[in-house]
Design a protein around this ligand. Structure first.
Ligand code: AOF
Ligand code: ZN
Length: 339
């Protein structure tokens, strides 16, 4: 069957997905959302959800049209997420679209938020606005994966990051703790941290590295919640994670299981958890099938006194992950595995 979408439809929704990127690392627990308004085949306005508490994408686009001297009346709105119809941090986008006189709304992904779930689309249709859904739905799903995952499971998406030397070692015992990857790679890691709501390590990493786990190498307006898995309460009281004044969840005796921890984080609206632990911590997430994405950073360096991780392609496959992409992160190669 022929696609119901034209090449123009496709290009406009791609643009909506592109502008949505401007909110990356700033909107959680809301999704990244983008919107473009089109009239006579040209984009007259663009909007995106820029930061938590800021305007929703549709409202920013309508505002953009008006401030550019364009009337949104009669326009087609391309939105990456079904417009909301509830009063939340902002008034409903459905009403804004109706008031603006938009003719048609094209939606990439429906909104699984229980307060929306199809009601946004229904309300627009009831008002006589044509609505079509499903254009570039898969791309939108990737872009808002943590939000969708959290709506579906009430738990965070689990993202592991781990760096390996040429032989699969994750640390060099001859040296004082230090990173063995390039500056450019570390910048990427900080960007990834910025997109995560929480960062978790095991107590071994705290004892050996005394990490901060903050976002420092890229600008940010917030810091992730830090989590230490420490069932025997061995974290030194002087550890930076406990003394730097930022929030750390120190899971000691009341810690039960990883699924219980994920539920607890989900209750706090943590939608994406980054696990930056060592082989033991990462191994338990893998073995329990709790990893959704694995950022496997391959360095060409060789450790003199290696620490074997026993984490390799076959272990990742066994944990239900597949290699989805490979790219260069500074001097290192990133292999991204995903569920
Ligand atoms: C839209 N456009 O740009 C976004 C939407 O509490 P609020 O007002 O921030 O609403 C958050 C919910 O609204 C969020 O959980 C999701 O369902 C939807 N996000 N909806 O129409 C947007 N960001
Ligand atoms: Zn909205």
């Amino acid at each position: 069957m022929a696609s119901p979408w034209t090449a123009d439809d496709d290009a406009f929704m791609r643009r909506a997905l592109e502008v949505a990127e401007q909110g990356r690392g700033r909107v959680s627990p809301n999704p990244l959302v983008g919107c473009v308004l089109v009239k006579d085949g040209t984009i007259i306005a663009e909007g995106w959800h820029d930061h938590l508490g800021g305007l929703h994408a549709e409202q920013m686009a309508i505002h953009d049209a008006e401030s550019n001297g364009h009337s949104p009346n009669g326009a087609v709105a391309y939105v990456t997420l079904e417009p909301c119809n509830h009063f939340g941090r902002t008034p409903p986008c459905t009403e804004a679209l109706m008031w603006a006189g938009v003719n048609e709304v094209i939606v990439a992904h429906y909104d699984p938020n229980p307060t929306v779930r199809g009601k946004g689309i229904q309300v627009l249709r009831d008002a006589g606005i044509e609505v079509r859904q499903g254009l570039l739905e898969a791309d939108a799903a990737v872009q808002m994966a943590p939000f969708l995952h959290w709506c579906g499971h009430r738990r965070p998406l689990v993202t592991v990051k781990m760096a390996f030397d040429a032989n699969g070692s994750v640390d060099d015992r001859t040296k004082t703790p230090q990173r063995f990857t390039s500056d450019a790679c570390l910048d990427k890691v900080h960007m990834l941290r910025k997109e995560c709501d929480a960062v978790l390590v095991g107590v071994e990493t705290v004892v050996r590295d005394d990490p901060k786990l903050t976002v420092r190498r890229v600008p940010t307006e917030r810091q992730p919640l830090r989590v230490i898995l420490d069932p025997k309460n061995r974290t030194p009281p002087t550890a930076q994670l406990l003394t730097d004044g930022l929030e750390t969840l120190h899971m000691t005796e009341n810690f039960t299981s990883l699924p219980a921890l994920l539920n607890l984080l989900g209750d706090r609206e943590i939608q994406r958890l980054m696990v930056e632990g060592g082989p033991v911590t990462v191994g338990s997430f893998l073995d329990q099938g709790l990893v959704d994405e694995f950022y496997f950073i391959q360095s060409s360096s060789v450790h003199a006194e290696p620490v074997a991780s026993n984490i390799d392609a076959s272990r990742l496959s066994a944990a239900g992950l597949t290699l989805v992409s490979t790219e260069q992160w500074g001097d290192e190669t990133l292999h991204l595995w995903s569920r």
